[in-house]
Design a protein around this ligand. Structure first.
Ligand SMILES: [Zn+2]
Length: 120
């Protein structure tokens, strides 16, 4: 894919922020516009290029993987966005919208987990 418009669209697939739960101090908001690879401190969105997307879905969750190339360390990492469709299903209120929760992980290009980033 060399079309610029497609890459711009991929950028919109990534939430701008994730939230990290802190033990007693609520939630901390962190930017996802940063490179999650070791030894890289790139947090310039201009140097991050999402270039590929994979999506999977089953009854319980929706998984989206966005491949991002970092132009600072020349590495590739994957943001894995996992949305759980039903966290708690109420049997009483049938009309209630199912609760959903998103978890974001960072993976390296071989699929090794770099860590659970937070919630979105
Ligand atoms: Zn980097």
């Amino acid at each position: 894919m060399t079309d610029k418009a497609d890459k711009e669209d991929l950028r919109y697939e990534i939430p701008t922020h994730a939230f990290i739960a802190l033990a007693r101090r609520g939630m901390e908001k962190i930017s996802l516009d940063q490179c999650f690879l070791k030894n890289c401190d790139n947090n310039d969105p201009e140097l991050l290029e999402p270039f590929k997307k994979e999506e999977f879905e089953d009854d319980q969750k929706h998984i989206k993987k966005i491949y991002v190339k970092c132009k600072k360390c020349n590495g590739i990492y994957i943001l894995k966005l996992e949305t759980i469709k039903r966290v708690a299903k109420s049997t009483k209120e049938k009309n209630q919208e199912p609760l959903s929760m998103g978890i974001v992980y960072a993976l390296d290009k071989d699929g090794n987990n770099l860590g659970h980033i937070g919630y979105f």
